[in-house]
Design a protein around this ligand. Structure first.
Ligand SMILES: C[S@@+](CC[C@H](N)C(=O)[O-])C[C@H]1O[C@@H](n2cnc3c(N)ncnc32)[C@H](O)[C@@H]1O
Ligand code: SF4
Ligand code: SF4
Length: 345
């Protein structure tokens, strides 16, 4: 009888352990949330693990910035310094910005380090490097959320947007990760398949949702295209003429008018307290500050809070950013126009 009960009690212990860990983490996160609200500190942050990318997606404004920036990977020591500054009050960390996070081999240790400091960790990837061994490393890192920037339900459409990627390879990487997650009975990461809605893929929305269901993803997100207005006029015109679907519920823009697109709705900026730390450690003010035009300091040289608490940065957040006074705000897709989020699980 004792022997029969042993595996069962072990399982119960395991379950209790995971539950406890969940409760402790949830309480710690809730505490940070309240603390950051009271102190006016950022509760979520984006970190650029890599400014390099292995693709040249036709609609992407971000990788173009790397032509003007030095291409770098954030190293683990610098990352730890940044997290040590931030983790006492910041509970959400998202790896994204200008490059491909999975190009940085330290990413798995970065996720583990942040997770241990009670942060909810997410990552946006093109998933071209999601080999079996990388998928296992991601599962074992305790990542909370994986956004797969897929954009298409067919190889032909995929190739027209995700230039340099391999649709079949991405699908089998995602399929392996989800199957392995289910086999190990893990509840994370939550896998979200994302589509940036364009003229190239608008006919495939239903097919995309079907594919996500087949793969047993947790959710689908359909998001507005963003048209950056730095420099290259041809890029803007091509995006407005050949990519923009203006009359869709998710689209932030009205049609091309004269030589520009116009936002449907402006409102105030909901994103003025979500800074970005780029791969050099610079604090960029938001995810549209891809050239660091408005950067406020460097986290590798100063404590993050010394930068955050400077009165000129406070004024910048509470007036210039909040009231969308920057040139980049005129086209920024942050607004209260809805995105489509479809939970599947
Ligand atoms: C710049 S990428 C960096 C992370 C990673 N390389 C990836 O593709 O997920 C971050 C997100 O921006 C999205 N993106 C790229 N170009 C866009 C555009 N013109 N409008 C809206 N989103 C875009 C990508 O699909 C991706 O989900
Ligand atoms: S993979 Fe991401 S960063 Fe790279 S070009 Fe595509 S959207 Fe841009
Ligand atoms: S509205 Fe302006 S400040 Fe706010 S996220 Fe957009 S570009 Fe940045």
């Amino acid at each position: 009888m004792k022997n029969i009960m042993k595996p069962f009690s072990r399982r119960l212990k395991k379950l209790g352990y995971f539950r406890r860990k969940g409760i402790i983490k949830s309480v710690a996160i809730a505490k940070k949330h309240i603390f950051s609200m009271i102190k006016g500190y950022p509760n979520s942050i984006m970190v650029e693990a890599s400014s390099k990318c292995n693709l040249t997606c036709s609609m992407c404004w971000a990788y173009r910035a790397s032509e003007y920036r030095k291409n770098t990977f954030l190293n683990i020591q610098d990352f730890k310094k940044i997290i040590n500054d931030l983790s006492p009050f910041c509970s959400k960390l998202f790896f994204s910005f200008c490059g491909e996070p999975l190009m940085n081999n330290d990413i798995y240790d970065m996720i583990k380090y942040s997770e241990k400091r009670n942060m909810i960790v997410g990552l946006s990837t093109n998933a071209t490097l999601l080999t079996k061994s990388n998928a296992i490393k991601l599962l074992e890192s305790h990542l909370d959320e994986l956004v797969v920037s897929l954009d298409a339900a067919s190889k032909k459409t995929y190739d027209s947007m995700r230039v340099g990627g391999d649709f079949d390879k991405v699908i089998s990487g995602v399929e392996f990760l989800i199957n392995e997650k289910k086999r190990r009975r893990l509840s994370s990461p939550k896998v979200i398949l994302q589509m940036i809605l364009t003229q190239k893929n608008e006919a495939e929305v239903n097919e995309f949702i079907r594919l996500a269901r087949e793969l047993r993803a947790d959710a689908v997100t359909i998001k507005s295209l963003f048209i950056d207005h730095h420099g290259d006029n041809d890029y803007q015109k091509i995006l407005a003429d050949e990519y923009l679907v203006a009359n869709h519920i998710v689209s932030r823009y009205d049609k091309w008018q004269g030589d520009q697109v116009k936002l449907k709705k402006m409102g105030t900026c909901p994103n003025n307290k979500s800074p970005i730390i780029n791969s050099d450690g610079d604090v960029c003010v938001c995810c549209f500050d891809i050239f660091g035009e408005y950067k406020q300091g460097n986290t590798l040289k100063e404590h993050f809070l010394d930068i955050w608490n400077r009165s000129d940065y406070q004024k910048f957040r509470d007036d210039t950013m909040l009231n969308r006074k920057l040139p980049i705000c005129q086209f920024c897709v942050y607004s209260d126009v809805p995105e489509i989020n479809i939970p599947l699980a």
